[in-house]
Design a protein around this ligand. Structure first.
Ligand code: ADP
Ligand code: MG
Length: 249
């Protein structure tokens, strides 16, 4: 990238889950999951409500503990590490921005906590703002932004620390159709530029088909199919997948 239009670009890391289980009390959400999200790929996790998508993401991010099994990010076993030690950043559906802080401070916050110097913070935040079209909004408070702009601030906050892994849990669900489409296009472009291993949860088939290098279809915490969008569409592994994806009969 040149000096006028530089970009964040990370060393992507694979995410490997081996024998991962999870229960909440007597409810088994993930009976046993073995899967690898490859370094630098954009994986979409698709499945009905309650099948364990958010639980999976939270276990990778370290916001929920695994019941058993191992999670390896890059070369490091992370299931016992604190969230901040895992090199992941997560964007939620209900991304809570700090309402009393400006856009600049919202994006810079994690850098400040990490001890990044003021000058470096400014450089990094301005770079991210340019990537996301937020340059003119850095002085505003979240309440002075549209829904789409707020979502972009949440994305900026996630990418500013250059995480090796980006986790999105239905980040576009609260946006209207046009904005969903636009943000989807931007996310694809962002992924191309940043190169982070991305896991993106949605229940929207169109989102899955257009964004994914690979789609993981979950049903009751188990893998129904894990393959490219094309393969899944043309060769669904089960009736469940065919119905879910809307493949031709
Ligand atoms: P999804 O994101 O696919 O909709 P979740 O991972 O949120 O699914 O939830 C999977 C199942 O686990 C659901 O039955 C849900 O009610 C339950 N669940 C999720 N989080 C908790 C929790 N903290 N305590 C108890 N049950 C939970
Ligand atoms: Mg969920």
């Amino acid at each position: 990238m040149n000096a006028i239009n530089p970009a964040i670009h990370v060393a992507a890391a694979s995410i490997r889950l081996g024998g991962v289980t999870k229960s909440y009390g007597r409810l088994t959400v993930i009976p046993r999951l073995d899967v690898e999200f490859r370094a630098g790929e954009f994986t979409v996790v698709l499945g009905p409500s309650g099948c364990g998508k958010s639980t999976l993401m939270q276990m990778i991010a370290g916001l929920e503990r695994v019941g058993g099994g191992r999670i390896v990010i890059g070369e490091r076993e992370v299931q016992d590490l604190e969230p901040k030690e895992r090199g992941c950043a997560m964007v939620f559906q209900n991304y809570a921005l700090y309402p009393h802080m400006t856009v600049f401070d919202n994006i810079a916050y994690s850098l400040r906590i990490a001890g990044v110097t003021k000058g470096e913070r400014r450089t990094r935040v301005e770079l991210v703002a340019r990537m996301l079209g937020l340059t003119d909004y850095l002085g505003r408070k979240p309440s002075q932004l549209s829904g789409g702009q707020r979502q972009r601030v949440a994305i900026g906050r996630a990418i500013v620390r250059e995480p090796a892994v980006l986790l999105f849990d239905e980040p576009l669900s609260n946006l209207d159709a046009q904005l969903r489409h636009d943000t989807r296009v931007e996310l694809a472009e962002l992924h191309r530029r940043i190169g982070a291993t991305t896991v993106f949860v949605t229940h929207d088939q169109v989102e899955a088909m257009t964004l994914a290098d690979r789609i993981l279809i979950l049903n009751k915490g188990e893998i129904e199919q894990y393959d490219t969008p094309k393969a899944i569409y043309h060769n669904p592994a089960s009736v469940f997948v065919a119905k879910f994806i809307g493949s031709p009969p």
